[in-house]
Design a protein around this ligand. Structure first.
Ligand SMILES: [Zn+2]
Ligand SMILES: [Zn+2]
Length: 360
């Protein structure tokens, strides 16, 4: 490991440097048989880290990038170059988001190998992909109108509806299920699958005790707070409570001296500190949101409590989902209540003298 590149920043240590930005398809060795490669993405989050694990005569790959011609080209370069003509024998996806699952169907078909995923991620991914080509359903329009969208914002949502399926190659028709706490063998070493919830339904992280590594997907990221959102498919869901609980569980279960291999940004040490920072951030957000709701407000009026920048129209969907996640969490704790006006718009307000359930 290049000790000279090591950087310490806000309680985390980045052994390869904090700003290291390997070129697409460049390969960095992490440990014996474990390699890091980075793929480019044409969006504000402009890259994803993928992991190549030597596995007998072939390769296990973890996550796959978006279904883009440029990403397929990067893969082709790796097949012929670094991966030495040895086949991909297993594809593992941490979760269903298109940057992770985008080329899973393409890889498994090309190498005639299995896709390994948790069941909720696999099924939800298939369900979401099946929305592509349909118009936005009425319940979804009602959901965003309820959050305070105007007609222009609703129209933008209608236009974007179904984009999920366009960003991924179709998933295979069957898969190999990964179960929470299951141990699998990759390259002769044990790796344990540990499920986290809230960012996606049944996100898998992979822990290798022998190598002291954690492939953390989007469950634990440095710098970025993983998005936790409510969507129209489950308007009353409380993913933030699931997120807080499962992140806390991860911190209890896993040792602190692991090198964390996140899907975005650079590998780092400081797993427990980072989880604590993320949990503290949500606690602050919930407090600020509660304070803002002395007066009744709509979801879209609550952005200033959670985001310290103006929410542009491209990030409106994520900001709304994230705000609703915090609102539903406070409703679950009986701190605030929701009423609905004649136009179907939801208004949130503190419950006076509210009895406090759960954590504050
Ligand atoms: Zn994700
Ligand atoms: Zn991601």
């Amino acid at each position: 490991m290049p000790q000279d590149a090591s950087e310490r920043y806000r309680g985390l240590t980045y052994p390869f440097g904090r700003g290291i930005d390997p070129a697409p398809g460049e390969v960095v060795q992490i440990a014996e048989g474990v390699y890091w490669t980075r793929f480019a993405m044409p969006m504000s989050l402009d890259h994803i880290n993928l992991w190549l694990l030597e596995d007998g005569d072939g390769w296990t790959v973890v996550d796959t990038c978006l279904n883009l011609p440029s990403a397929r080209e990067t893969w082709e370069g790796l097949f012929e170059g670094f991966m030495g003509g040895r086949p991909v024998t297993r594809v593992i996806c941490t979760h269903l988001h298109p940057d992770h699952v985008g080329l899973a169907g393409w890889l498994t078909e090309r190498f005639d190998c299995d896709l390994w995923m948790s069941r909720e991620e696999f099924l939800m991914c298939r369900a979401m992909a099946s929305d592509t080509g349909r118009p936005a359903p009425d319940v979804a329009i009602r959901f965003y109108r309820g959050a305070g969208y105007d007609e222009e914002e609703l129209e933008r949502y209608r236009q974007k509806f179904g984009n999920f399926g366009r960003a991924i190659a179709p998933l295979p028709d069957s898969f190999r299920r990964l179960v929470d706490r299951e141990t699998i063998t990759i390259g002769g070493r044990y790796w344990q699958a540990i499920v986290g919830r809230g960012h996606s339904p049944e996100h898998v992280t992979l822990y290798c005790p022998a190598l002291k590594l954690l492939i953390s997907g989007d469950q634990v990221l440095p710098r970025i707070t993983p998005n936790v959102s409510v969507f129209p498919t489950e308007p009353e869901g409380d993913p933030l409570t699931e997120w807080l609980q499962s992140s806390g569980r991860l911190r209890e279960m896993l040792p602190d001296d692991l090198l964390v291999l996140p899907a975005h940004e650079a590998p780092f040490y400081g797993l427990h500190v980072r989880i604590s920072q993320i949990l503290e951030g949500h606690k602050t957000d919930l407090g600020n949101l509660f304070d803002l709701l002395k007066e009744p407000r709509r979801a879209v009026d609550c952005f200033p409590a959670l985001f310290n920048r103006t929410v542009e129209s491209e990030s409106m969907g994520l900001a709304t989902g994230e705000t609703l996640a915090h609102l539903n969490c406070l409703r679950g704790r009986r701190r605030i209540e929701r009423t609905t006006d004649a136009d179907g718009v939801h208004w949130y307000q503190q419950i006076p003298e509210s009895i406090h359930y759960g954590d504050d």
